[in-house]
Design a protein around this ligand. Structure first.
Ligand code: HEM
Length: 382
């Protein structure tokens, strides 16, 4: 009797497993077919600005200021995103001698030219937390003494060219309207539910939820051991491109980072300090760009779509060297907090494009001005 029961149960479990497998495979097949139909080229070479974007942007700024106030660190007001820095580092960015002539625009126009720069490395979260917590990791580069008229009217940033990236290649929303509803839901404490705005399944953003979950990844061994992506597109002269920064340890003296204690709250800062300050060993990266090929699905207005490297490969344009240095002093850390990075601190040749970048202009300026003002550090800065 008992034997018959177990056989019967086994039989049913087997069928349920098979059914689940078939449903999973079917879902995957339908999803793949749907996206290969939906995500097919050609796409526009130009920006397309929705009429609601201005109003959505104003609402997002109001929410962002509220978040900044919620996460005040004692008396200091921190960034609304990437609040925790691992360090601000002096760096050299050298245009490669072999850069393709089509890519020689803006700060890359002179092969062999070296720019002095600041690089701020960060965790993505809106308030500081232990480095071992899953999160995005950010890299912001500010080239200094860059001549030429900039897109920002602020004289404080008149000589700067910024590149602002994090270490996942896709963004978790497609446009400003979706950012508004998602951000408002997150500010109310909804995390997963932010991707399900209502009962209508046509508005469920399951693919975007998957991107958000993947973006929150385990910490690398060191901030110099991960790839940082522009995620959103930019101009490079007449071209539309995305850019990224990849580790290039082969361009620096060989170095083995001693194992770090990942239970320490700031072990990513410790890793930088160990390599650059104690062991006085520089860290190297390469800056690369990927051209848009508008015959394929490489959209400007949807940064949740990664541009396919098999269609358009990344090309190296500059070498980056984080110098051996003592960076972890209280004065330098305060200066680091008071810096403002913004993709719109830029030459027209590197103009940010697409809705998420247009949104960033207004939000970074507003949040930066607000926090610097509250921290007594505003020098006509935004
Ligand atoms: C392409 C997608 C994005 C990337 C790669 C990115 C990356 C970053 C990074 C690395 C920082 C830190 C910069 C620093 O070290 O000071 C930052 C700051 C910030 N991000 Fe983003 N971000 C993206 C999109 C957005 C969007 C859509 C918003 C909001 C609308 C936003 C809001 C902010 C704000 C408010 C700051 C702080 C600005 C300041 O106070 O100076 N970001 N972002």
């Amino acid at each position: 009797m008992l034997k018959k029961f177990w056989l019967c149960l086994g039989d049913w479990l087997g069928k349920i497993l098979l059914l689940a497998l078939a449903v999973g495979l079917g879902g995957w097949l339908i999803g793949s077919l749907f996206y290969s139909w939906k995500f097919s080229g050609p796409v526009s070479l130009e920006e397309q600005i929705p009429v609601t974007e201005k109003a959505d942007t104003q609402a997002i700024i109001a929410d962002a200021i509220r978040v900044v106030e919620q996460h005040r660190d004692n008396t200091r007001v921190l960034r609304d995103a990437h609040a925790k820095a691992h360090g601000c580092l002096r760096a050299e960015v050298s245009v490669r001698g072999d850069i393709d002539s089509d890519l020689q625009h803006g700060v890359f126009s002179q092969p062999g030219h070296s720019w002095q720069a600041w690089v701020r490395l960060s965790n993505g979260n809106a308030y500081p937390q232990f480095d071992r917590v899953r999160d995005a990791r950010g890299m912001a580069i500010k080239l200094l003494d860059v001549p030429g008229q900039k897109l920002t009217a602020n004289p404080a940033h008149a000589a700067e060219q910024d590149f602002v990236m994090f270490n996942h290649p896709a963004f978790f929303v497609r446009d400003v309207a979706e950012y508004r509803s998602n951000f408002a839901a997150q500010a109310e404490g909804k995390k997963v539910l932010a991707f399900f705005p209502g009962w209508d399944p046509r508005h469920w953003e399951i693919r975007h939820l998957a991107i958000a979950l993947k973006t929150l990844s385990p910490a690398p061994d060191s901030p110099v051991a991960t790839t940082y992506n522009s995620v959103a597109p930019f101009k490079l002269g007449p071209l539309n491109i995305k850019y990224r920064v990849i580790p290039a340890p082969e361009n620096c003296p060989a170095y083995q980072l001693p194992e770090q204690n990942r239970d320490l709250p700031n072990f990513l800062r410790n890793a930088l300090y160990q390599q650059l300050s104690l062991d006085q060993t520089p860290a190297c990266f390469t800056l690369q760009v990927q051209r848009q090929n508008a015959d394929f699905y490489m959209p400007i207005e949807d940064p949740s779509v990664e541009w396919d490297e098999a269609i358009s490969a990344f090309e190296s344009v500059a070498d980056i060297r984080l110098l051996a240095q003592d960076f972890d002093s209280p004065a330098q850390n305060i200066d680091c907090d008071n810096l403002s990075f913004n993709p719109w601190h830029s030459l027209p040749e590197h103009r940010p494009i697409g809705g998420i970048n247009r949104l960033r202009k207004a939000v970074y300026e507003a949040v930066s001005a607000y926090r610097l003002d509250r921290n007594g550090a505003l020098r006509a800065v935004y």
